[in-house]
Design a protein around this ligand. Structure first.
Ligand SMILES: [Fe+2]
Ligand SMILES: [Fe+2]
Length: 227
């Protein structure tokens, strides 16, 4: 089997956890590397009409480093971390990030939807979606911290299978909403007439969206695989 065929038969999650610098290529092609991580690259290409040889070439190219920032290199190291350390990292970095930035973004989304919603009606829909996503995400963080993640650390295995299924479901739900928000905002592209608050809101939403993708990738493709 040649390199390309071997790559096509790997799961997206496997490729992303072994070589997180390739996540930039997945993002370029709109390949879901966090919630959709269990599918093979070949299946995803067939489902989404992506040229298999083209994407395999790009993934194999040494310049496939579009996502080469701290978050990505850390997620590569996370493969070697022990489970307790990985859980502490996820909670202290990603859960804390969301608990701080979701309320901030929520105030800004409210503000720009009120001021610019007439001229940019997509903001009204983005506000509705962000509210739904935030509520689901905060509940999910609480549930993970009190249930699944504590149970893993304390070795309470009775509910773990069900708790992982619930977590996968919540990740999928939040992932769908984030995709819709990305589509409505044209990937958080600020319009010509955007004021400073508008720009800041889109920056916050983009950061939240990127952070959730890495967070879910670490849980689905690294943590849950270790258990
Ligand atoms: Fe989490
Ligand atoms: Fe989660």
């Amino acid at each position: 089997m040649n390199d390309k065929d071997a790559l096509l038969l790997k799961s997206i999650g496997e490729i992303a956890s072994e070589n997180p610098e390739k996540i930039g290529v997945f993002k370029k092609y709109g390949v879901d590397f966090c919630c959709g991580g269990s599918k093979t690259l070949k299946d995803v290409c067939e489902e989404s009409g992506i040229d298999q040889l083209l994407i395999a070439d790009e993934l194999n190219s040494p310049s496939a480093a579009a996502g080469n920032d701290d978050n990505y290199s850390l997620s590569k190291k996370a493969n070697d971390w022990d489970v307790d350390f990985l859980i502490d990292y996820i909670v202290n970095i990603h859960h804390t990030f969301l608990r701080v930035h979701i309320p901030e973004a929520s105030d800004y989304v409210e503000k720009i939807a009120n001021v610019h919603g007439n001229k940019h009606p997509e903001l009204l829909k983005i506000r509705e979606l962000f509210t739904k996503m935030s509520q689901a995400m905060i509940l999910h963080l609480d549930k993970e911290e009190e249930g699944l993640l504590t149970d893993i650390k304390t070795g309470k295995t009775g509910n773990i299978k069900k708790e992982i299924e619930d977590a996968l479901y919540s990740h999928e739900y939040v992932g769908h909403i984030l995709k819709e928000m990305l589509f409505l905002s044209s990937d958080y592209l600020v319009p010509q007439d955007a004021c400073a608050s508008y720009k800041h809101t889109y920056k916050l939403l983009k950061n939240i969206s990127d952070d959730i993708m890495i967070h879910v990738h670490m849980e689905n493709n690294i943590l849950f695989k270790k258990i």
